[in-house]
Design a protein around this ligand. Structure first.
Ligand code: PBG
Ligand code: ZN
Length: 328
């Protein structure tokens, strides 16, 4: 296969040829769209560091989710922002909590879209950590019961799937057990199995008002230089009963997506996080890059690395591009 006998350019000569030999396809079926829901009425507040992404009150969230459904996107993931926070994050598992009410309303008004809830405490605790604090540290085992309660309360409200993002050890097993005890054996868990302690979550913490008030998340989220450790995290969550495994962030961690994909047969979901979204938006607003092309190329790279599902703030925009037939 040496030049001049083999000429790779022959198969790149026009779009029809390129379409025929294309190895990866991005489809609307791949996407999950994240949403932030807040208390109140008539609220649509843009997140400064995430242009085009808003905090919605429940009444204005419902029409947005209708748009997402109309675009053909199979699912949404919900993050709740309560008005009041406290030491134990009790708002996270309150029967009439913000997520619980939002889920009930969405299930009522927008049937046939998958409603996934993020299960964590950081939006609800006054210290902003993803678990209980004991002696200035996040107490792993004391947090497990609360996470299980959050998950059960979300499912009682109507959630189709729960996604624990706290990174406590053993929480998938605890949540699985609690769901099963409450006759929710049919509800899948999409665990944030491989979640790095990343600076790319910055804009999210503004959006969700969830920045830790002291210290950082390094004692529970993964250390960015580690790759093999991701395999242990994934195996642990599978053994505890996870159905879908999330890895995040995406673009600086494509090697991790690829490695996890090659190792397991469970579906892999990649979370294209807030900072990744913000960077594309900022460069595009400066006229430095072509937003649509960079968006599609980024999402394609995540798919090519092996993700089955992409959780992305670009979901709606990308679905529209695909519909218009201008996908890459
Ligand atoms: C909450 C949570 C975070 C994200 C998803 N769930 C933030 C964090 O761990 O600090 C990040 C999502 C994003 O940046 O888009 N535990
Ligand atoms: Zn958290």
């Amino acid at each position: 296969m040496l030049f001049p006998d083999y000429r790779p350019r022959r198969l790149r000569r026009n779009e029809c040829l390129r379409r025929l030999v294309r190895e990866t396809t991005l489809t609307i079926d791949d996407f999950i769209m994240p949403f932030f829901v807040v208390e109140g009425k008539g609220i649509k507040r843009e997140i400064k560091t995430m242009p085009g992404i808003f905090q919605f009150s429940i009444d204005l969230l419902v029409p947005e989710i209708k748009k997402v459904k109309k675009a053909g996107i199979p699912g949404i993931i919900l993050f709740g922002i309560p008005d009041k926070k406290n030491e134990l994050g009790t708002g996270a598992y309150a029967k009439d909590g913000i997520v619980q009410r939002a889920v009930a309303e969405i299930k009522h008004k927008v049937p046939d879209i998958l409603v996934i809830t993020d299960v964590c405490l950081c939006e609800y605790t006054n210290h902003g950590h993803c678990g209980m604090i004991y002696k200035k540290d996040v107490d792993n085992d004391a947090t497990l019961d609360l996470l299980a309660r959050i998950a059960v309360s979300h499912v009682r409200a109507g959630a189709d799937m729960v996604a624990p993002s706290d990174m406590m050890d053993g929480r998938v097993g605890e949540i699985r057990g609690a769901l099963d005890e409450n006759e929710f054996t049919h509800i899948p868990i999409m665990s944030y199995a491989v979640k790095y302690s990343s600076a790319f979550y910055g804009p999210f913490r503004e959006a969700a008002n969830s920045a830790p008030q002291f210290g950082d998340r390094k004692s529970y989220q993964m250390d960015p230089p580690n790759a093999l450790e991701a395999l242990r995290e994934v195996q642990l969550d599978i053994d505890e009963g996870a159905d879908i495994l999330i890895t995040k962030p995406t673009l600086p961690y494509l090697d991790i997506i690829k490695m996890v994909r090659d190792e397991i047969s469970h579906p892999v979901a990649a979370f294209n996080v807030s900072g990744e979204y913000a960077m594309v938006k900022a460069a595009a607003q400066n006229g430095w890059i072509d937003e649509k092309l960079v968006m599609m190329e980024s999402l394609m790279s995540i798919k090519r690395a092996g993700a089955d599902i992409i959780i992305t703030y670009f979901a709606l925009d990308a679905a529209r591009v695909i519909m218009e037939g201008r996908g890459v």
